[in-house]
Design a protein around this ligand. Structure first.
Ligand SMILES: Nc1ncnc2c1ncn2[C@@H]1O[C@H](COP(=O)(O)OP(=O)(O)OP(=O)(O)O)[C@@H](O)[C@H]1O
Ligand SMILES: [Mg+2]
Length: 259
């Protein structure tokens, strides 16, 4: 059931433990529809664990997670993807031997009724579906300016382009909430600036909510509406980027990590 008002995502009182390690300790936050919400924190702070709880890879011991009022807890990752949560990975998650277009078509797999492989046969319903999915994928290719690479195997794409293709595959799922885990990791300055531009473009064109996990502080400060700072699984600050940047707990967490 779709609710008209209220946050898109409610992540409330989540605690996640691995043996003696508390990866997330009573973590709460909300993401509004269309919001670009960033999560920062030193290595091992629990950022990726939040994503893994959100998309059903980890099952927290405590807390609730709801998308538009629907609980995500206890659902399989594929089911959560079907509810509209898409993610990109800290390391590239493309199929190297498939072309860029084929990788994007795979992103739409859960939206297809006839399935990817039967969809390759050109008759009847499968044909109509294939055409509709191709059109949706081509729109994303255009939005992310990936035309020159359409038929290239993903394994041969330059790094920055491959990261963009991965973003494209996540968008091909038509998510309501997109989880981006370090989208500019390993990129040079130019690629980073391009990515920032594409993320702003995606947001403007598609209006979906995003959670951005990123170590690049200038990117976070430029893009995010709000920022949550984590340290050792505990929320130490939430607020506007400028507020969080100046928060003494945040400064201490980063200086402590550097010392
Ligand atoms: N599957 C797991 N088994 C055991 N411990 C885990 C597992 N996943 C995460 N942890 C632990 O949980 C804590 C948080 O890890 P997480 O990967 O969420 O951090 P992160 O903030 O994403 O770090 P980074 O910036 O290095 O990516 C760490 O202490 C980590 O060792
Ligand atoms: Mg991580």
């Amino acid at each position: 059931m779709e609710r008209v008002n209220g946050p898109l995502l409610e992540f409330t009182g989540v605690t996640l433990r691995f043996g003696g390690v508390t990866a997330l300790d009573d973590v709460s936050f909300e993401v509004e529809p269309g919001e670009l919400f960033a999560i920062i924190g030193p290595n091992g702070a629990g950022k990726t664990s939040i994503f893994n709880c959100l998309n059903g890879v980890y099952r927290p011991q405590r807390g609730t997670i709801t998308l538009d009022g629907t609980s995500l807890l206890g659902r399989a990752p594929a089911a959560i993807a079907g509810l509209g949560v898409a993610r990109t990975f800290q390391n590239l998650g493309l199929f190297a031997h498939l072309t860029l277009i084929e990788n994007l078509m795979l992103g739409r797999h859960h939206l297809m009724h006839t399935g990817f492989f039967s969809g390759m046969f050109w008759w009847g319903r499968a044909k109509r579906e294939e055409i509709a999915h191709r059109a949706a994928v081509e729109e994303i290719v255009e939005l992310l300016e990936l035309e020159p690479y359409r038929r290239m195997p993903a394994g041969l794409l330059p790094y920055g382009v491959a990261k963009r293709a991965e973003l494209g595959r996540a968008l091909a799922m038509e998510p309501r909430l997109l989880l981006l885990d370090e989208p500019v990791a390993g990129m040079n300055l130019e690629e980073t600036e391009d990515t920032a531009r594409y993320l702003l473009e995606v947001r403007r064109e598609l209006g979906l909510a995003m959670i951005l996990v990123e170590h690049d502080m200038s990117l976070v400060m430029d893009l995010a509406d709000r920022v949550l700072a984590l340290d050792f699984g505990v929320v130490i600050a939430t607020g506007k980027p400028s507020e969080v940047q100046d928060d003494p707990h945040v400064i201490e967490a980063y200086l402590g990590g550097a010392a």
